[in-house]
Write a protein that binds this ligand. Structure first.
Ligand code: 5GP
Length: 122
């Protein structure tokens, strides 16, 4: 899938759409999800143009991969989510119902998050 430079997160990265930033560095931007599913729900995105985790894991440089992973860890830590815990999740493709075609890591926290995933088909 080709990267769409007009997807909503590309526009957020260009500053064309406002966001509630919680962290930014050379490699990543983290901001509150517009429709939070948990009391704390932050999205961490790479600054590079990657459609998905599949795209990112295959094509990103080592520095970009390290940068994103460290940003996710820092965001969770700075949110005070390490204890009692948090969940990270990335939807990749149609079966995972990925909506925005720019890689994003969800960070969920602030409540008991329940079991890992709903059984398929329910
Ligand atoms: P996905 O289903 O692709 O894994 O998740 C996309 C996420 O992006 C959703 O949780 C949705 O609420 C969030 N989202 C979509 N548009 C915007 C937006 O314009 N701003 C912010 N902050 N979040 C958005």
């Amino acid at each position: 899938m080709a990267y769409d430079p007009n997807n909503i997160f590309a526009r957020i990265l260009r500053g064309e759409i406002p966001n509630k930033t919680v962290y930014e560095d050379e490699y990543a931007l983290a901001f509150h999800d517009i429709n939070p599913q948990t009391p704390t729900h932050v999205l961490v995105i790479p600054k590079g143009a990657y459609v998905s985790f599949a795209d990112f894991s295959a094509e990103a440089s080592d520095a970009e991969i390290v940068g994103l992973v460290r940003a996710v860890g820092k965001v969770a830590r700075d949110l005070g989510a390490e204890h009692p815990g948090y969940r990270i999740l990335t939807n990749n493709g149609a079966d995972a119902r990925q909506e925005v075609p720019h890689l994003h890591v969800h960070v969920f926290a602030g409540t008991d998050l329940g079991r890992m995933i709903k059984p398929a088909g329910k």
